[in-house]
Design a protein. Structure first.
Length: 129
């Protein structure tokens, strides 16, 4: 990541700078909401922060490894449709993420992600359309 990324707008689209938005989470602070975790995970995909993605994925559904260095996906933007706390320990976040693979035209990923809170918020699973 380039040094200028800390003062630039956060990749998650919150409108805040990276240094005061997703960077603290990427450095070990805990997300206070499922939406904050989802936004930080989106930024982590953009920045290819595989250890963070694995650490914030619930152990019951987490893959053994990720290899983002081999994908040629370019993330273009994130729009959160809704974020809903469904119980004291569960939440959902619906979002649309735009991306390109290689030089192809832009695509969109529409997902409803499920999160669970144990000692922290964790991503469990996402349902796409």
């Amino acid at each position: 990541m380039k040094a200028s990324a800390t003062s630039s707008e956060c990749p998650c689209g919150s409108g805040l700078c990276y240094a005061s938005c997703c960077k603290p989470l990427h450095q070990g602070h805990l997300a206070t909401t499922a939406e904050a975790l989802m936004r930080s995970r989106y930024s982590a995909y953009m920045l290819r922060l595989e250890p963070y993605l694995l650490a914030t994925w619930h152990p019951d559904t987490r893959p053994d490894t990720l290899d983002l260095s081999q994908d040629n996906m370019k993330w273009l933007g994130l729009k959160v449709i809704r974020a809903e706390t469904t119980s004291p320990t569960t939440a959902i976040v619906e979002f649309i993420a735009r991306y390109k693979i290689g030089g192809m035209r832009a695509e969109r990923l529409h997902e409803i992600s499920e999160f669970v809170y144990t000692d922290a918020w964790y991503y469990v699973v996402g349902k796409t359309d």
